[in-house]
Structures are given as C-alpha cells and as structure tokens.
Design a protein around this ligand. Structure first.
Ligand SMILES: *[C@@H]1O[C@H](CO)[C@@H](O)[C@H](O)[C@H]1NC(C)=O
Ligand SMILES: *[C@@H]1O[C@H](CO)[C@@H](O)[C@H](O)[C@H]1NC(C)=O
Ligand SMILES: *[C@@H]1O[C@H](CO)[C@@H](O)[C@H](O)[C@H]1NC(C)=O
Length: 430
C-alpha cells in the first residue's frame, strides 16, 4: 500500500511537473490563459494629428471601431476580448488635483465612457502608463522626479480603476531600469489596493536586459506581472519576428520556467495584416506565439484586413494550442542554422500521455520547399512504445483532416516552404 502510495505521488508529481509555474502564479485568477485582443501600438503608434489622419490617429473612435470589428467579424467569440489603448492618450498636464486627464480633443467622452462602450459589448478596456517620469511619448508617467519625492502610483491606479479599466500596461521609459525591482511591485500594489481586477502588463525584463545587460529577476516578475515583455518592441518586418524567435530559442529554458497560468512572457504584438510579413511569415508568427503560450495582441487595422490574414488570426486549431490551459511554453528541440523544431505539451492527456503541438520552421531564404524529417523519439523522448498519435496539420482546414498516424520509432516528415515558413501539426494521442 505504501509503495503504491509512493508510486502515486511520484506519478502525480510527474504529471504536475510541467505545471510548476502554477506555484509562481498570482492568486487573483486573472489571465489564466494568455490574454487576447487588440493593442494599438505597432500599427498606430503615436499619431496624434487627427486633422491629417482622421482614421488612424489615437482617438476614441479608433478604439470603438476596433471593438466593433472584434464583435462583428467574429474575433470576440474566439477569445479576443481586450481593446488596449497604448501611449499618447492623455493630456500632457494633470488636472488641478493631480489626476490624469484623457486628451480633450481626441477623447472628448473620456476613458470611463470608452470602458462602458467595451463592457456593453462584452469586451474589456486596457490602458497605458509608465513607472517612470514620463511615458515614452512624453506624457505623464507614474513617477515624477521633479515633484520632490511625490509620485502618482496610487492616484493613477485609483483613477483608472474608477474609470472601469480592465488592464494596465506599465512602460519603463524615463526611469532607471535598476530601480524596476522596486517600482513595478509598487505599481502592482497600487493597482491591487483599488480592489479592481486589472491585468498588469509590465516591461520590466525588457529594459533591464536590453539597456542594462542585467539578468532580470524572473521569479519576482512572474509573481508581480500577469504579462511581461521580455524583449524589444516588435516592428513590421520578418527581421523583427526572426530576431524574437532567436531570442526565445536562446533563453528557452529560462522562459519555459516562468511561463504559465497568470504569468506569461510577452514577445509583443502580432503584426499580421500589416505590410511587412508575407502570408507564410504571418502564419509563422501566429504559430510561434501559440507554441509559446504568448499573449495574442493584434496590432493591425481590422477595418482593412485582407481575408487571408484574418483567417490566420482566426484559426481555431492554432488558437486552441495558444489557449491550452496548462500554458506550457514550447521547447526548442532542434536547431541548426536555418531549421528549427519546437514541441509543446497540450491536451488531451490520455492514460498519462500528453498530446503535442509540433512546429517545423524553415528560415532559409533561398530555394524551394525542403523536407524536414525527425524520428519522433528524438523530438519527444517521453513517448512510450506503442502509443499512437494522429497527425493533424493545423493550417490545413484548421486541422480537421487526419494526415496519418505515428509512433515513437517513425519519422515525422513534412515539406516546408522557405523564407520563414512553418508547418504546425498536432499529434493527438489515441
Ligand atoms: C490583491 O492581492 C491579493 C493577494 O495576492 C489577492 O488575493 C487579490 O485577489 C488581489 N486583488 C486584486 C483586486 O487584485
Ligand atoms: C521629468 O519630467 C520633467 C517634465 O515634467 C523634466 O523636466 C525632467 O527633466 C524629467 N526628469 C527625468 C529624470 O527624466
Ligand atoms: C511633476 O511635478 C511637478 C511639481 O508638482 C509638476 O509641475 C509637473 O507637472 C509634474 N510632471 C508630470 C509629468 O506629471
């Protein structure tokens, strides 16, 4: 009996092992799967000239339009529920009582009305601030080095809570990254004290790593932030996506340890639907962000999105991998100069055997499609003899078709296009 019990405990531990990040999670029940929605920065940046750019400047109409598209075009039902305002939304001056004020020309109805607009449509509103003196665009931040030790963390947290905001992003401009270990928890405490649930998005590790060459304290970060930007801002190019994929490969073991329900490493927005990525590269961004269990923040003009890009963003099978409740980040199990293989444990689990999502990536920029072939047991040493998996190509009719079956001694061979193309399959345990 004792032996059996010990066996059970060991067995349980084995099953729970990939979920150890659970222990690090915040206990507020927020962001148990990676948040999904719209975020304006990459596509719309800090355009404040609404006379010249009436349809793409940062104003309340932009966010209402995006909300309308999320609802009418079916995104909301797939999980895209946050509409996140980024930089450049406020006045440059606080009001006479020190409170933040939305730009009076561009947000004439105010942020509370915008939050109400989202809530009436079963959406959520996110807004943006900065743990430093100023935001990156030069708007008031939560610290103020000229105010003689006075700061605005508590007042601003209360202000956005009063407005009914559901998510708060804290940038790190105009502040010393060495102080982030103190300032991000301070902002978190201020948000918590309001009593309103808000997803807290940090840029804590990014600045520390990129600007101070520090090793960020990921344990503290995962305790404090629901979402934390780990690397540079994404821009609209394959070079940017490729660099992020390389970074996530280099730090794979570290990032895997601190990714899970309630605390997700954030590789930044999806730029799918803009000008920089080919159709194949767009699928690759969607695939990799899903393999990593990363937040899916769309940053494109949903009013003008071409159907082939919309289909990528709305691929149910890929989204299901992203939203798998265990939130396990894929492991990079093979990499040479141009080819990579990533493997992620996903549900369903049958008799203790996981199913897997597998991505084959081809970064070669020359030539026609190539075959990549790996023995399953090389990719997934844990697979037991005799266990059979159905192979589903997730970008082929959303994985509905069964391409074949595979066991541990078989080769998983797939034909991959070039120039940043991916094949993503699910190995569904039988
Ligand atoms: C505040 O923090 C406590 C302790 O971590 C947590 O249980 C609670 O859910 C948080 N409340 C809010 C509104 O964030
Ligand atoms: C903080 O912002 C003020 C403007 O409000 C500016 O005068 C000052 O130089 C800034 N200080 C730092 C450290 O960035
Ligand atoms: C910082 O504080 C000073 C003094 O209270 C104030 O005049 C200034 O507007 C504040 N700056 C920002 C960016 O909030």
């Amino acid at each position: 009996m004792l032996i059996k019990l010990i066996f059970h405990i060991i067995f349980l531990l084995t099953i729970l092992l990939p979920n150890i990040p659970f222990l690090l999670a915040r206990d507020d029940g927020l962001a148990l799967t990676p948040p999904m929605g719209f975020l304006s920065w990459e596509r719309f940046a800090c355009q404040t000239d609404c006379d010249r750019y009436p349809h793409s400047c940062i104003n309340e109409q932009l966010y209402k339009d995006m909300a309308d598209r999320l609802v009418a075009d079916g995104y909301r039902e797939l999980g895209y529920e946050y509409v996140n305002v980024d930089d450049c939304w406020s006045e440059k001056q606080r009001d006479s009582s020190g409170r933040l004020v939305a730009d009076r020309k561009r947000f004439p109805s105010g942020i509370k009305a915008l939050a109400d607009y989202m809530h009436a449509r079963r959406l959520k509103l996110g807004i943006y601030g900065d743990v430093g003196n100023l935001t990156c665009g030069g708007y008031p931040g939560q610290n103020n080095h000229t105010a003689g030790g006075h700061d605005y963390y508590d007042l601003d947290a209360q202000t956005v809570a009063d407005w009914g905001v559901d998510s708060f992003k804290s940038d790190g401009c105009y502040e010393e990254p060495l102080d982030f270990d103190r300032l991000y928890p301070k902002m978190d405490k201020a948000l918590n004290a309001t009593g309103r649930n808000m997803v807290f998005i940090c840029e804590w590790p990014f600045y520390q790593y990129v600007y101070r060459n520090m090793t960020p304290d990921y344990e503290a970060i995962a305790h404090t932030c629901h979402v934390y930007r780990s690397y540079k801002d994404v821009v609209d190019s394959w070079a940017s996506i490729d660099e992020i994929i390389t970074y996530y490969g280099t730090y794979n073991d570290l990032f895997r340890k601190y990714n899970g329900p309630g605390h997700f490493s954030d590789p930044d927005e999806l730029t799918i639907g803009n000008w920089g990525l080919s159709w194949e590269q767009s699928r690759t961004q969607m695939a990799m962000w899903s393999m990593w269990s990363s937040p899916l923040y769309i940053s494109t003009d949903l009013r003008k999105l071409r159907p082939e890009f919309k289909a990528i963003l709305q691929n149910r099978a890929v989204i299901a991998v992203n939203q798998d409740r265990h939130g396990i980040m894929a492991k990079r199990v093979f990499a040479d100069t141009n080819r990579q293989v990533w493997v992620k444990q996903v549900e369903p689990v049958v008799n203790g055997q996981w199913s897997y999502a597998v991505a084959y990536l081809n970064r070669e920029l020359l030539g026609d499609a190539i075959y990549m072939s790996h023995k399953l047991s090389d990719l997934i040493p844990d697979t037991k003899p005799g266990v059979k998996y159905e192979i589903h190509d997730l970008f082929l009719d959303e994985g509905k078709e069964i391409l074949g079956t595979i066991t541990r001694d078989d080769q998983l061979e797939l034909l991959i296009n070039t120039a940043g193309a991916v094949r993503m399959v699910k190995l569904l345990v039988k």
